[in-house]
Design a protein around this ligand. Sequence first.
Ligand code: APR
Length: 232
Amino acid sequence: MKKIVILTGAGMSAESGISTFRDSGGLWEQHRVEDVATIEGYIRNPKLVLDFYNQRRRQLLTVKPCRGHELVAELEKNFDVTVVTQNVDDLHERAGSTKVIHLHGELMKATSSNNPNDPRQIVTLDADHVDIHIGDKAADGSQLRPFIVWFGEAVPEIERAAEETSKADVFVVIGTSLNVYPAAGLIQFAPPEAPIYLIDPKDVPWNSVHRFRHIKKGATEGMEELITLLNP
Ligand code: APR
């Protein structure tokens, strides 16, 4: 089976009703990144950050995967698919994708403030336990925090993602402005002979890579076109 690695960003979930970060009206227009998405912001005002992610978690429970998520999952019938996502939602998993690497963490998980990447500290949140409040404790007794990789923190999954990308027969990028590293750098690990497809309704400033086919459509329509190209 051919191996496909698919790097997704916020544009993948836009058609599920979750706003992107840098489009007009995006999350970063409504919030200062430094206040809600950095480790310094969390230390400075943990309640503000906990509330920001509580709101996003509550919204996630009201939306569902879009057809694009389902088409990504259906690719597994004919290909060995690994999804590497910058998204913290669980929509790829809910659509049926079985191999998902979350580079920036997972909204439906919480962890320790002292040892955020210690697997023994990670707990799963659900509809019965949506919010994290000041005073909620992790197993190690420290304040429970979102299992999210904030700006300024390590991206532990990048090594595994690079390893997977280096073995791809086909590399696909869906719905990311490629503004944030190391995620945006994954493209460099794609083998030289692997075709690269970009699905995004807008142009993306790709200064380093010129050998990609741009499917200038949204995630769902773009996936429909990609499937015809992959299964001629
Ligand atoms: N289908 C596909 N792509 C879309 C759609 C759509 N319906 N709508 C918008 N897009 C594209 C935009 O053109 C843009 O290129 O999705 C991309 C969204 O870019 P960003 O908002 O920058 O999101 P992303 O690239 O995922 O951000 C990366 O930045 O803030 C951090 O951790 C956060 O994971 C996030 C990272």
